[in-house]
Write a new protein. Structure first.
Length: 250
């Protein structure tokens, strides 16, 4: 995947992406990163990238021209890229979109700052607006980095085992099961004995049940979208019965 970011903070972007799994993907060339700073495409002595909003009010708005030139430079490197603008008003990013991005060859992310970007640039140059969630960050960089991270780790060969991404939360519509490591006994509690049993079929069953149970408890909205097969329904029914027993619910 080749990504370009239009950003006033290229150092923030580059430094963040050098770390961990994504850093390794960059080193191996599985992810290619290009940053274009609108400030480098200004023509005045002050290198101005923003101006006051028409109609008054607080804050500043990003100017069209530096963005247009930065976008032109990005397009010359990534000619087939879709242009994705970071915006709290956009489509909400989720695992389905992360999967989609992980299969795209080229993406240009536009990172806003201040009050945002001149709407004419958004209306004419942007293919899709995407939001990280229903909150406002001070710039589009952290949202874009989050999306790039989520997409990169899904690309084949990026994680140590591709299987591990498949078992993550949301991949099949349910939350992940709990995980434990050594020591098996600890003052904070014991590891569920089934995980120490070596019975792989039983362990897989337990994990599936925990996933379904966690989704039922925490994200009924996700569960409502699923049609459970008979085996899953039985596992969940048993989880619910045990949960109600433990909590004294009829
Ligand atoms: N005035 C705007 C927010 C501007 S915040 C509004 O209320 O809608 C500055 C920039 O941060 C935005 O242009 C956008 O690029 C980025 N940003 C803020 N919150 C975001 C979110 N939830 N998802 C994606 N980008 C966001």
């Amino acid at each position: 995947m080749k990504v370009a970011l239009l950003t006033l903070f290229p150092d923030l972007v580059r430094q963040t992406l050098t770390m961990g799994v994504v850093g390794r993907a960059l080193e191996r060339g599985q992810l290619q990163l290009h940053c274009f700073n609108p400030r480098d495409y200004t023509t005045d002595n002050y290198r101005t990238v923003d101006d006051r909003p028409f109609g008054g009010g607080p804050g500043m708005v990003m100017l069209i021209e530096p963005l247009m030139r930065a976008l032109g430079a990005a397009r010359s490197v990534l000619p087939d890229a879709r242009v994705v603008s970071m915006s709290p008003q956009g489509r909400r990013f989720d695992q389905a979109l992360a999967i989609e991005y992980s299969t795209r060859a080229e993406i240009i992310f536009v990172c806003g700052r201040y009050e945002g970007i001149d709407q004419r640039f958004v209306d004419t140059q942007v293919d899709e607006e995407v939001s990280l969630g229903d909150f406002v960050t001070s710039g589009g960089e952290l949202p874009a980095l989050t999306m790039i991270d989520a997409a990169t780790r899904l690309m084949p060969g990026v994680l140590h085992t591709d299987q591990s991404a498949l078992e993550d939360s949301f991949m099949d519509g349910v939350l992940d099961c709990p995980h434990y490591t050594r020591p098996p006994q600890h003052p904070l509690g014991d590891v569920p004995p089934i995980l120490l049993s070596g019975n792989h079929a039983e362990i897989a069953r337990w994990r599936r049940q925990q996933s379904l149970g966690a989704t039922w408890l925490r994200r009924p909205d996700l569960l409502a979208k699923l049609t459970l097969n008979k085996r899953d329904q039985t596992l969940l029914d048993a989880f619910i019965a045990a949960h109600r027993d433990k909590n004294g619910v009829q």
